[in-house]
Every structure is written in C-alpha cells, then in structure tokens.
Design a protein around this ligand. Structure first.
Ligand code: FE
Length: 350
C-alpha cells in the first residue's frame, strides 16, 4: 500500500540545549514495481529478521522510474525493485542506481543475471528471480516439434496461428533483443516480419489472454512468461483446468542457444540514505528463504545458485528436468531495444 514517508530522524529532547544526538530509526524506503500481491510475505520476513521497517511505494515500472527522475537527489528511495531486464538497463543508463559491493550477492547471483561491473567493480542491479518466455500451443492442432524454437514462430507452416501481446511490451522487447543478440540484426528483422505474417489476430491483451486464446481456438500458438502459465496450472478453477487440458508448453531452443530468460530484481537507489540497509535487503532477497518465496508464491525460478525449491507447476512444466536457458549477459537485451523498436515499426508489428 502506498505510504507517505515519515521523518527519518528521532531527535532527542536535549536538542534545544545543543546536546542533540540524532538516532536513526532502522528503516528502508522501497520503490517496488513488482506487480504481485503475494510479495507482502517478503517484506514482513525481512523486518522480522532485521528489525528494519520497510516504507513502500508501489507503482508500475514506468511510474517508479518517472518518480525517481522527478525526485532527483532528494529522492527518499533506498532500494528499487523492477521487473524486466531492459528496464534495469534503462535505469542504469539513466543513473537511477548506485553500484554497490556485496560479496554475498556476487557469489550467489550468476554474472549474466546482473549488471556488468561499474568502473569501481560495483554492481548497479541484480536479478533476483527469473522467468522463461515460453511457447504454448494447442495440443490437438499443433505438434510440439513445429514450435520448438523461436525461429519457428515465423515459419510459413505456422501461418495464421500465432497470438502474441504487443511487440512494444517490455517482455517482448527483451525477447526480441535477445534474439537479435543470437541471430544478428538482419535475420531478426526477417523473423519479426515472419511473425507478423503468421499472426492469427493483431496483438491485444496480456500473456494470460494469449494462453486463453489458444485454449478457445482463436489461435493455435502463443508466447507467454512462464509464471502466467504456472498460475493457471496451479488453479483449482474449472475454467483453468479446461485450459490446461488443451494447452501444451515448449521451452524453445533446447538444441541451440536456450530459452530466453528475463529477470525481476533490484538495485540500490542512487541517492539512498540507508545504503547499508538497502544492501541487507537485496542480500535477504537472495537468501534461500526469499528465493523459495519467489519460486513457490510467484512461480519464478530462483536467480541464486543452488537453491532447493518445490513448486509442482514449475516441475511439471519442464518434466521435472532442468531446461537449457540462454547465457547472454541479460543487460544486452536493453542495449538492443532501440534497434528492435525500429524493426517493429518497419515490419508493422504493433
Ligand atoms: Fe508480468
């Protein structure tokens, strides 16, 4: 729930006598763009462990970034949580983060899931959970081998079958930016044109809407983030059970560069007044307890190495086996965004 920031200093009554000492209340000001209602448990877990109170501002990514820019050096933000790699890249370029040193985070978060080291070796942002961008298909009409790579979304055999949300949505911009990293500019533009040719309808709605459209037969193939599918898989509603009867899932490119992974994560705000608390919080989010929360409550994969977790939907989705994911430095997808957007305009991908 959005709150107003209270005064951060408790000034003792001897102030008038010039003997004041200020004691800082253990506090952390968090700006979060994570749009998952179940996150509350993470924040109470941290406060219980450390005694540090969290003041939270919730908004979407664009809202958080605009607010940080408007506030400038007077921003009370200590930690910024964002969703999507390209937004982290943008935030880094815009100077919203301050690179920090944490041996713990550097040890547990793989190098490709965090910002490239700054000049002083610090890190501007860390991926804390991951989500795969997968392909779902109508089991009665499509063979999994016809959609087992991203390239095949553009294959003429899949004409008029594909549903996908707006090309300009960050989840797609990041996927396309990753594809550009793997295939180069020219092939990526041809591929995007092929997807437009294969669309069953113009993009509309979010990822869950695309999954539903496959189940209703409006399209036969769709692209979604894994956690939206996992939510439906874990639902007890009969509508959702019906969807899962009809829909299969493929983790693309297992025999080449691997399935595209995006991140949610966090960084210390440029003008953080509680930098130590901010680092503590990010370290807490990388702990097995918090990583398990990401996996179990929000159906994301832990970003930290060697975390055991138990989520039946995530297991079922991959047949209980680990899947091959891409290993490009995830910030690279952000660097490709301007070019990707230009390509989308050129090929008429709305
Ligand atoms: Fe989402």
């Amino acid at each position: 729930m959005p709150i107003r920031f209270k005064s951060l200093l408790i000034t003792c009554t001897l102030a008038a006598a010039g003997l004041a000492h200020a004691q800082e209340e253990p506090v952390l000001n968090l700006y979060s763009a994570r749009h998952y209602a179940t996150d509350e448990a993470l924040y109470t877990g941290f406060t219980k462990l450390t005694g540090i109170k969290i003041n939270r501002v919730d908004s979407d990514d664009a809202g958080i970034m605009a607010r940080l820019k408007a506030e400038g050096a007077s921003s009370p933000a200590d930690v910024i949580l964002l969703v999507d790699a390209a937004r982290f890249y943008r935030g880094e370029v815009d100077g919203l983060f301050q690179p920090v040193h944490s041996k713990l985070l550097e040890d547990v978060i793989p190098a490709n899931l965090r910002a490239k080291p700054a000049a002083d070796g610090g890190t501007a942002w860390f991926g804390l959970s991951t989500r795969a961008r997968v392909i779902v298909y109508n089991k009665a009409r499509v063979k999994p081998e016809d959609v087992d790579t991203y390239e095949k979304l553009a294959d003429p055999r899949n004409k008029d079958k594909v549903c996908i949300r707006s090309g300009s949505h960050p989840y797609n911009l990041s996927l396309f930016g990753a594809v550009m990293e793997h295939m180069g500019e020219e092939r990526t533009q041809a591929w995007l044109k092929g997807i437009v040719d294969n669309m069953a309808r113009w993009p509309k709605g979010g990822d869950t809407d695309q999954i539903k459209a496959v189940a209703t037969g409006e399209c036969e193939i769709a692209v979604t983030n894994s956690y939206y599918l996992a939510r439906i898989m874990r639902s007890d509603k009969s509508d959702d059970k019906n969807i899962m009867q009809k829909v299969g899932v493929v983790f693309p490119n297992q025999n080449s560069w691997g399935t595209h992974l995006n991140i949610a994560g966090g960084g210390v705000a440029r003008h953080a007044k509680h930098k130590e608390n901010a680092i503590k919080f990010l370290e807490y989010l990388a702990s097995p307890e918090a990583q398990n929360y990401f996996a179990n409550a929000n159906n994301e994969w832990p970003a930290a190495k060697n975390v055991e977790f138990d989520n039946p939907a995530l297991k079922a989705m991959t047949g209980g086996k680990p899947f091959k994911s891409e290993t490009i430095p995830i910030g690279a997808v952000g660097a490709n965004q301007v070019k990707v957007q230009q390509m989308l305009d050129r090929v008429g991908f709305r």
